[in-house]
Design a protein. Sequence first.
Lengths: 162, 162
Amino acid sequence: MPSAATRDTARELLCIIPLVMRTVAAELRAAGEMPAPAHFGLLTILGRQPRTLTELALLQGVSLPTMSNSVSTLVQRGWVKRSSPARDRRVVIIEVTPVGTATVERVGKAAEAHLSEMLGNLTPAARRRLKAGLGVLRDVFSDAPATRPERAARATRARTPA
Amino acid sequence: MPSAATRDTARELLCIIPLVMRTVAAELRAAGEMPAPAHFGLLTILGRQPRTLTELALLQGVSLPTMSNSVSTLVQRGWVKRSSPARDRRVVIIEVTPVGTATVERVGKAAEAHLSEMLGNLTPAARRRLKAGLGVLRDVFSDAPATRPERAARATRARTPA
DNA sequence: GTGTTACCTTAGCGGTCTTAACCATTAGCG
DNA sequence: CGCTAATGGTTAAGACCGCTAAGGTAACAC
């Protein structure tokens, strides 16, 4: 049984996040060649190291088809590259291309600049509070697709026997 | 010129918010009759008082057509009602219906419950930090469509002289 | 009454996400 | 060795959400 305080925070989340999301998306859109919100995080992750499709889907908390499609559009734009290791030709490794790196760099800077304009008016204390809050959000949501059991279930291909 | 700290926070925002958004959307989706993420905030606002379409668009930071469409689907589901005051038949007043109120109530509770599960593991201190951060987010984004000058301009009818 | 302005809607497009169904490759086992 | 099952991805179809551009109607101003 969740405490009232917890439920209150949940409600806050429910109302505020979409609002913020819209703004973030708008920033990204305005920041030039629009790597859609989802693409931005993806490119950032891939900037650290190449990944398989499944890994990416897990990290971002989306379904495999969604990730497959996202990657496809990223490939179309020349930002990432698919490749299959000879070891196991079922898997697909996704890597960023130099163009992709450059793009995420550039767009990220532009979006940051815009966002910073809004954040610039904050008092240092408020900014610190914001950052702390974001840290908590990251801890909670960073890889917790836990609420959807199916997600995990699918991984093991639990087939309900008709 | 934004400080490094500000830019850092902006980058955090850019990466984390979409992640959180996905989870929130999933909660709402899982919570039954899925008033899509955007609809939830809308119904909440309308729960406080009826609004015109333009007001709603401004409050939510979306374009007028977008709001018109959202309201249309809400109407289709019987959650809100459109009406034109005799005073000025150009404007449209949106009101929640009893069904709408009940729905947002029920779905909100379900989503809260899910979210609370994740939030429940937080230490009280962490939860407080989160709440504080959300408060800052609200202040910054709640009605700051500032990045798009047209939006504000349109409201005050500040017409750039051709 | 003619023209401008305000408010809203329609049309069309791209993006994100889902589930269901399908294909290809690999691994296990008789 | 050949068949079956499991694993990893992709395609297809459907629902939302956001945008711009292009109407349409009501009110206001001359």
